[in-house]
Design a binder for this molecule. Structure first.
Ligand SMILES: C[S@@+](CC[C@H](N)C(=O)[O-])C[C@H]1O[C@@H](n2cnc3c(N)ncnc32)[C@H](O)[C@@H]1O
Length: 462
């Protein structure tokens, strides 16, 4: 038994209680984020406090609002009015955003509801505890809605964000560019919402209200102007440029993202007209941009560059041993069909959904058994790529959950005997010299979730 343990046993309840736990865990002067209420969050805060110095905690710490008498940048980014929601939003949604102000409700992270999106606060902490510093480069090979590249930029860390879906590329680029968007055209957009809505409805098409379509037969070829594949020509473009007083692609793509977001809502629900949805969403988007730009200007932040690309994570065109850290979350076996979810947006962009299916992890194969075999094959290739591009001694963090019901069917074994995906991933990573140094568990709440836990697996390249 070491001396710490002996001491702990010998202490009186009055001494232990009056000292408190936090004083023992954290240096004096550190004030924790108010909404921190889960064990994994406390663990991340603890690691941050041990790995970062005080200046770094002020600039980039995720789980602290104050260091001595200095307010942290995370606190400044999150405070003020929480994400502005449409007046008619349900009280459940409003309370979700209030409760998660420090987890998700800052910068441009809240734009567009993407399934499986990370909590950016947790990403910030993981970037810190993997030892990344401003100027280093982080990779997310399956970036989805771009939480890693956007958070990294805010921290001064360069990034490469990759996703197989052209819609994810578009969405992430638009959210990243929004951190630096000119505000004057946005004010004009707010004055001309009806005309702008009509322009995008004509150019991009309208969803059928209340009938989430899985129809792949129509195509629009209206990708954002910033897209590498863009063949952007649309009647009425001059009129749009006049309405917003600029032809800057970043602004036009930002408005398109707001339109696609509202189209997603309109597809799911008949309760509001598409225009009402668009108006409310655009107001919120513009509020978000103004808020984050105000904070960035005030704290003289320099955003780091993010390279955002559409590519296949199974064969990354990235140099060997060139990356300082990797952070990603793959689809959890075949739980979510990302292409079906985004079919409206992908069709607007003219994407070939059937061809994309062949590159998407979790979607290849017909029977559930075949899907499982191909999923494991694909994940092995991705882990091999991660190991190849990562510098020696650096860290690769994967976040993954297991759906035991689904795996029990795929493998034809009782639920209790299913080996969790997190264990399978650790075994797949080992031959590529990615060795686990820490695994954190995070509970998933919500009645609708069939998964109970997510695992944050931190691997080090040996
Ligand atoms: C769980 S989501 C990631 C969500 C992301 N962490 C976020 O914060 O939004 C997994 C992503 O993997 C992408 N994906 C699937 N197969 C891929 C492949 N072969 N290469 C790159 N990305 C792929 C999907 O399009 C999806 O966006």
């Amino acid at each position: 038994m070491n001396s710490d343990k002996v001491q702990a046993v010998n202490q009186s309840p009055a001494d232990v209680l009056s000292d408190g736990m936090f004083r023992r865990l954290f240096k004096e002067g550190l004030v924790l984020s108010p909404q921190l209420n889960e064990v994994y969050e406390l663990a991340l805060a603890y690691y941050e406090s041990k790995i970062l110095n005080e200046d770094e905690l002020v600039d980039n710490g995720a789980y602290f609002i104050k260091v001595g008498d200095r307010l942290t940048r995370h606190y400044l980014m999150c405070t003020g009015e929480p994400l502005r929601l449409p007046k008619y939003s349900s009280s459940r949604l409003k309370s979700f955003f209030e409760k998660n102000q420090f987890r998700t409700g800052y910068a441009t992270h809240g734009l567009f509801p993407y399934r499986g999106k990370f909590h950016p606060q947790m990403i910030k902490a993981l970037i810190n505890i993997m030892g990344l510093k401003p100027g280093d480069t982080i990779l997310d090979p399956m970036m989805g809605s771009g939480t890693v590249p956007i958070e990294a930029s805010l921290m001064g860390v360069k990034s490469i964000g990759v996703d197989a879906s052209p819609f994810c590329r578009f969405m992430t680029q638009a959210k990243y560019n929004a951190l630096m968007l000119h505000q004057k055209p946005l004010d004009l957009a707010l004055k001309n919402t009806r005309e702008i809505f009509e322009f995008y409805s004509r150019a991009a098409g309208s969803p059928v209200a209340g009938s989430k379509s899985r129809n792949n037969s129509w195509k629009k070829d209206f990708s954002g102007i910033n897209e590498p594949t863009a063949s952007f020509k649309s009647d009425g473009m001059d009129c749009l440029v006049e309405l917003i007083g600029t032809n800057v692609p970043d602004v036009i793509d930002f408005l398109l993202l707001a339109y696609l977001d509202s189209a997603g809502y309109a597809e799911r629900s008949k309760r509001r007209t598409s225009f009402d949805q668009f108006q409310a969403i655009l107001e919120r988007y513009i509020f978000v941009v103004k808020k984050i730009q105000y904070v960035l200007k005030d704290s003289e932040s320099i955003l780091a560059k993010a390279d955002i690309m559409q590519a296949d994570a199974r064969s990354l065109g990235i140099e060997n041993s060139s990356i300082d850290g990797i952070l990603f979350s793959p689809p959890y076996s075949f739980a979510i069909d990302y292409l079906a979810n985004d079919s409206f947006h992908l069709n607007v962009m003219g994407a070939n959904i059937d061809a994309l299916k062949e590159t998407m992890v979790g979607l290849r194969g017909k029977s559930i058994q075949e899907k499982y075999v191909l999923y494991i094959e694909d994940m092995e290739k991705i882990l091999a790529e991660c190991a190849r591009v990562l510098k020696p001694e650096k860290f690769c963090t994967m976040i993954i959950g297991t759906n035991d019901n689904q795996l029990s069917k795929a493998l034809d074994v009782p639920k209790e005997e299913v080996t969790g995906l997190h264990k399978i991933m650790i075994d797949l990573a080992r031959p590529h010299h990615l060795v686990p140094v820490r695994v954190l568990t995070r509970q998933i709440s919500g009645i609708a979730n069939t998964m109970r836990n997510e695992y944050i697996i931190i691997l080090q390249k040996g």
